[in-house]
Design a binder for this molecule. Sequence first.
Ligand code: G3H
Ligand code: 13P
Ligand code: ZN
Ligand code: NA
Length: 283
Amino acid sequence: PLVKGKQLVDIAERNGFAVGAFNVNNLEIIKAIIESAQEERSPAILQASQGAIKYAGIDFIVAMVKAASEQVDVPLALHLDHGTSFEQNMQCIRKGFTSVMFDGSKYSLEENIHKTRQVVQVGQAAGVSVEGELGKIAGTEDDISVDEREAFMTDPKEAERFMRETEVDYLAVAIGTAHGPYKGEPKLDFDRLKKIRELTEAPIVMHGASGVPEESIKKGIELGVRKINIDTELRQAFTSGLKGVISEKPEEYDPRKLLGPAKDSMKEVIKEKMRLFGSSGKV
Ligand code: G3H
Ligand code: 13P
Ligand code: ZN
Ligand code: NA
């Protein structure tokens, strides 16, 4: 069934693990996630980005995720990833998302608090969880200097104020992770994460988790990370599964016989992540 995002994060908080939040764009990806969740007895968050909404459309995403969630007995949530406006957040709440994100990281602290708070007020009334973002999570392709990197990171004191004034259910932070594949190994600022967690007591969201080494993921969870966003590694698994079957069977023309193996290779990565995050066997 589909439940409020916060309900899953609460289970994670009580048991000291993190819930995987996997990006969805089509039927095969949705199936890969729900089959993995069912087989692993793991909760999971299915999330739609701006690109996913453009590609599949909100109505298709909601309908497919709802249908999928009715076929399994593990709890799932449907989340808006990096929501850009109040209007888009409202649209997703109205259409059945059980969690949304208002990404106000491009605004000043005051503006970010103000805009995020407006979404939280509706979320609280509607029974939909809300994620906020403080600090700027870069892309691995973004050319940022060492000084910028530091300036983009979440300030723990600001985070304390942000949490108190917005009352978001979970907080996305910038501690050195980035969206996309890393060139080298990402260096995460765990001292910063520790301070943010101590001052806010918030469930922390780690974005850009594709390519983050296992040890860093584990350390993050120990320090309060409760939702972990993974997109790139799923795309890579899907595409390598697809390329594999195309090269093995070049005359295959049935899309189902190409996309089936792609889905299966994605499932392997999802299940690995669920075990690493400690969410397997928890529901
Ligand atoms: O947060 C970004 C996600 O990884 C994917 O974004 O679907 O808009 O390319 P996109
Ligand atoms: P990756 O693509 O690096 O896994 O990041 C995903 C993400 O943070 C989505 O919000
Ligand atoms: Zn993200
Ligand atoms: Na990444």
